[in-house]
Design a protein around this ligand. Structure first.
Ligand code: CTP
Ligand code: MG
Length: 260
């Protein structure tokens, strides 16, 4: 199986507000989020959890940010032997994935004819994913799944709400129902796909909606909409996404030898 990891790192990080694009934000040890993410891919490769052909990283289109992230890719590539290339992303995550898939297709063109092409789509904002998760995703792909997501149990009770606007209380939310927690999962990345199937699913999603690209919050959604079944494998608490300052504090605590 010819496997490429596609890391999306083109987001601005508006909720983190680090003053730089999120992938460039430094964690407690001074290294950027993207560097940690690439190191976790390299760790999976070196433990044999992955047999990777290449890594494509989608970076912001702004030249200064792109140059800084390209430098990170070169540094980690030189240190680990990973073949890493960078491409500019788009306005929404789904746009960045589509831009990355074009690069992955170009890289896959050099593969042995007849070899199956798989892609692992991964958020740069998840810098600590352990090799076990990469291994579980790749194993399910090898066993024939077209789409695989790592997932963890949901700890909160999840309710649906609707906004009722009255003259007295504009925009008040009311609970409309409670979802059964036993049947819910919080989904992480890397998500693994048959490359051709994911390309077709993203083309379909672009053609038929959701009209708002922001509504496509992961890639498995595009596969579900195209009628594929999506396999679930165990995720890991360390696969958490850094979204807010609180998540950054957790990341820094994990890197602090005195709290280890
Ligand atoms: N991403 C991307 N291109 C975008 C938006 C997001 O490549 N246009 C990537 C981010 O870099 C991140 C992953 O998708 O690695 C998950 O997105 P999220 O956590 O939402 O990151 P941001 O969009 O950067 O953050 P925010 O939504 O707070 O602005
Ligand atoms: Mg976002």
């Amino acid at each position: 199986m010819h496997t490429t990891v596609l890391i999306v790192a083109a987001g601005s990080g508006s909720r983190l507000q680090a003053g730089v694009p999120k992938a460039l934000a430094a964690l407690g040890d001074g290294r950027t989020m993207l560097e940690h993410c690439l190191e976790s891919v390299a760790a999976a490769q070196s433990t044999g959890a992955l047999q990777l052909n290449a890594v494509a990283v989608v970076v912001p289109a702004r030249p200064e940010s792109a140059a800084a992230l390209e430098q990170v890719c070169r540094t980690v590539g030189d240190r680990t032997g990973l073949m890493v290339c960078c491409v500019p992303g788009g306005a929404e995550r789904a746009d960045s994935v589509r831009a990355g898939l074009a690069a992955v297709r170009a890289l896959a063109g050099a593969a042995t004819p007849g070899d199956r092409h798989a892609v692992l789509v991964h958020d740069a904002a998840r810098p600590f994913v352990p090799p076990t998760v990469f291994h579980a995703v790749v194993t399910a792909l090898r066993e024939g799944a077209a789409a695989v997501v790592p997932a963890v149990a949901v700890v909160d009770t999840i309710k649906t709400v609707a906004t009722t606007a009255t003259d007295a209380a504009p925009g008040t939310e009311q609970v409309t129902g409670t979802l059964g927690r036993a049947g819910l999962r919080a989904v992480q990345t890397p998500q693994g796909f048959d490359l051709a199937a994911l390309e077709a699913a993203h083309r379909r999603a672009e053609r038929e909606g959701p009209a708002d690209a922001a509504a496509l919050t992961d890639d498995a959604m595009a596969m579900e909409a195209a009628g594929h079944s999506v396999a679930v494998v165990p995720g890991d608490p360390l696969g958490f996404k850094i979204t807010t300052r609180l998540d950054l504090m957790l990341a820094d605590a994990l890197l602090d030898p005195s709290t280890a």
